[in-house]
Design a binder for this molecule. Structure first.
Ligand SMILES: NC(=O)C1=CN([C@@H]2O[C@H](COP(=O)(O)OP(=O)(O)OC[C@H]3O[C@@H](n4cnc5c(N)ncnc54)[C@H](O)[C@@H]3O)[C@@H](O)[C@H]2O)C=CC1
Length: 517
C-alpha cells in the first residue's frame, strides 16, 4: 500500500463550502484500510484477529471494524521499533530535527483533511479539531528545535581527570492514548520521544483509532526510518502486552486515574519509568473583583471544550457570593447560545459526545446531581438535531448547575462531559481549602484583578498547571501535568526531555589507578 496516500474515502463530494475552508457534512466518510501500522506500512491482520466496531459520534453510524493486536503483532511492532531505534538513536539531533520538521510541514499542508478525520472519529467541532492539528504540529516543531540542544556536562576532577555526562535515549517507548484528543496525544508523546532518539509504539484508544495512523504515515513520508513510530490497535489486552513487554523501555499514558494506576503497577514489574497524564476535578475560582466578562468566557472554556471531555477542565467553578447572580445569568445565557450539531459545520461550537456509553454516563451524573439537590440552570438533556442523518448521534445540551455542595458526586468525580458545577464561596482562605480538598490536582484557575491575590492563590493551589485570568490554554512550550493522583511527569516544555532520556556518567582517569589493594 502506498505510504502517505490519504486512505479514507468519501461516499460523496463535500456538500458545503464556508468561506475559505473546505468542509464536508457528517455521515460521508468511509474507512476501509487497516489501522495497524509497522514496517512503515498499514498492516492487515489475519481474519482470526479480534475486531471491534468503531462509530462516528455525529451520526452513530458504523465507521469501521478495528482489528486488535495480540501478542504476535505487538512483538512485531516492538521489534520494528527496536530496529529503528538502532538507526535513529545514532543520528545527530540536527538530522532528527530535519525529519521532524518535514513531518510538521506535511501536517500543516494536510491540516484540513486531518482535522476532518478527527471530527468524524471523535465528534468534536471542526474548529476545535483544527486547533488540535495545529497543536500536534507545533509540538513536533518545538521538539525538533530542542533535538539538537541535548547535551551533557563536563566536570573537572583532580589530577587532570574528568567526567562527562551524556543524555541518551531510553529505547522503544510505548504511548497509550485516550479518546478525547487522539492526534494531539499521539503527537505530544511521540515528538519528545523521537527528539531524544527513541522510537515509539503507540496504542490509541479503540474508540478513536484513526488519526494516529495518519501521523505514522506522515513520519514515514517525512523520512523517518521504518519502525520509528508504529501503531498497534486494541484495548486493555493489547495495552497490557505493551506494558509488560520486556523490550519496552518506558510507558507514557493518558487516560483515567484507575487505568493509570494499573499502568504504573505493570511498569513497576519491569522497573520501567512512566509518564501519567490522568484525570482531574479542577477548581476555577472567580473573585468578586474579576473582569466578569472574561471570567464567564474562562468558565466556558474551562468546561465546554471538546464536549467537556478534557482532563484539565475546571469543573468546580467557585464564585464569590457577591457576584454569583450576575455570573450565573451571564454563564447560562452564553451556554444556551452554544450551537450544537453537525461537528463538520463551521458554525457548530459543540459536536457529539464520543460514544453512546459516555453520553449515558454523563446524563447519569446529571440525574444523580439532581437527586442530590443540585439545580439545573440550563441543559443536561439529550438532543436530537433536526438534520435526519444526525438522529442517532450522541448529542446533549451543555449543562450549568448551581446549588452544588462539596460532597455531591458531581463535585467529587470526573464526569468528562459538558457539565459545570457552580459553588459559592465567601473568603480566600475558605476557597483555597475547598479547592484543594480533592485527591486530584491536574489544573486550577483564578480570576481576579488583584495581582497579589492572584499569585498568592496560585502558590497555594495544589495543581500542576495553574491559569491566572484564563483557562485551558496549553502552549507546547510550557510543561503540562498533574499533582497528586493526576499524574507523574510532564508533557511539553523543555523538562519533558528528561522524561524521555537518561543520563550516562563517564569518568575518565588521566593518571594511574590509585588502588587500595
Ligand atoms: N482524564 C483523561 O484524560 C481521561 C479520562 N477518561 C475517563 O475515563 C473513563 C473511561 O474511559 P476509557 O477510554 O475507558 O479510559 P481508560 O483510561 O480506561 O483508557 C485509556 C487508554 O488506556 C487503555 N487501557 C485501558 N485499560 C488498560 C490496561 N489495563 N492496560 C493498558 N492499557 C489500558 C485504553 O485502551 C485506552 O487506550 C471516561 O469515562 C472518562 O471519565 C477517559 C479518557 C481520558
Amino acid at each position: 500500500m502506498p505510504v502517505g496516500k490519504f486512505l479514507v474515502q468519501r461516499l460523496r463530494v463535500p456538500t458545503i463550502l464556508h468561506g475559505i475552508s473546505r468542509s464536508a457534512s457528517s455521515g460521508s466518510m468511509v474507512i476501509s484500510d487497516p489501522l495497524n501500522f509497522w514496517s512503515a506500512r498499514r498492516v492487515k491482520l489475519n481474519d482470526t484477529a479480534k475486531t471491534e466496531a468503531v462509530y462516528e459520534p455525529a451520526t452513530g453510524r458504523l465507521l469501521c471494524q478495528l482489528q486488535h493486536c495480540g501478542e504476535e503483532e505487538v512483538n512485531q511492532a516492538v521489534s520494528n521499533g527496536h530496529s529503528a531505534f538502532g538507526v535513529w538513536s545514532k543520528m545527530s539531533g540536527m538530522e532528527r530535527a530535519k525529519v521532524m520538521l518535514e513531518a510538521a510541514r506535511i501536517i500543516e499542508r494536510r491540516r484540513e483533511e486531518i482535522a476532518e478525520v478527527e471530527v468524524v472519529n471523535n465528534g468534536k467541532s471542526i474548529t476545535e479539531a483544527r486547533l488540535d492539528v495545529d497543536s500536534a504540529r507545533l509540538c513536533i516543531e518545538y521538539y525538533a528545535g530542542l533535538a539538537s540542544t541535548l547535551a551533557g556536562q563536563h566536570v573537572q576532577l583532580p589530577g587532570g581527570s574528568f567526567a562527562y555526562t551524556r543524555r541518551e535515549p531510553l529505547g522503544v517507548c510505548v504511548g497509550i492514548g485516550a479518546w478525547n484528543y487522539p492526534l494531539q496525544i499521539a503527537a505530544w508523546k511521540s515528538a519528545p520521544a523521537l527528539a531524544c532518539g527513541n522510537s515509539m509504539v503507540f496504542k490509541p484508544s479503540p474508540v478513536t483509532p484513526v488519526t494516529a495512523v495518519l501521523l505514522a504515515e506522515i513520519y514515514v513520508q517525512a523520512g523517518a526510518p521504518s519502525g520509528l513510530y508504529n501503531v498497534v490497535q486494541g484495548g486493555q489486552e493489547t495495552g497490557m502486552l505493551l506494558c509488560y513487554h520486556p523490550s519496552v523501555a518506558k510507558v507514557s499514558f493518558t487516560g483515567s486515574v484507575p487505568t493509570g494506576k494499573k499502568i504504573m503497577e505493570m511498569a513497576a514489574s519491569g522497573v520501567k519509568p512512566v509518564t501519567l497524564e490522568l484525570g482531574g476535578k479542577s477548581p476555577l475560582i472567580v473573585f468578586e473583583d474579576s473582569d466578569l466578562e472574561n471570567a464567564v468566557r474562562g468558565a466556558l472554556m474551562a468546561n465546554f471544550l471538546s464536549q467537556g471531555q478534557v482532563c484539565s477542565n475546571g469543573t468546580r467553578v467557585f464564585v464569590q457570593r457577591q457576584i454569583l447572580p450576575q455570573f450565573l445569568e451571564e454563564v447560562v445565557q452564553r451556554t444556551r447560545a452554544i450551537q450544537i450539531g453537525d461537528p463538520l459545520l463551521e458554525q457548530t461550537r459543540m459536536g457529539a459526545v464520543v460514544s453512546r456509553p459516555q453520553l449515558e454516563k454523563v446524563l447519569g451524573y446529571i440525574r444523580q446531581a439532581k437527586e442530590e439537590g443540585a439545580r439545573i440552570l440550563c441543559g443536561g438533556e439529550p438532543i436530537t438535531p433536526a438534520d435526519p442523518k444526525l438522529k442517532n448521534g450522541y448529542y446533549m445540551s451543555p449543562c450549568v448547575m448551581d446549588n452544588c455542595t462539596d460532597n455531591m458526586t458531581c463535585v467529587q468525580e470526573e464526569i468528562f462531559g459538558p457539565v459545570m458545577s457552580v459553588l459559592p464561596f465567601d473568603t480566600e482562605e475558605e476557597v483555597l481549602r475547598r479547592a484543594n480538598d480533592t485527591t486530584m490536582g491536574l489544573a486550577a484557575g483564578v480570576f481576579t484583578r488583584d495581582v497579589k491575590r492572584a499569585h498568592r492563590v496560585v502558590e497555594n493551589l495544589q495543581a500542576g498547571t495553574c491559569f491566572i485570568n484564563n483557562y485551558n490554554i496549553t502552549p507546547v512550550e510550557v510543561p503540562f501535568g498533574g499533582y497528586k493522583a493526576s499524574g507523574i511527569g510532564r508533557e511539553n516544555g523543555q523538562v519533558t526531555i528528561e522524561f524521555y532520556s537518561q543520563l550516562k556518567t563517564v569518568v575518565v582517569e588521566m593518571g594511574d589507578v590509585d588502588s587500595l589493594f
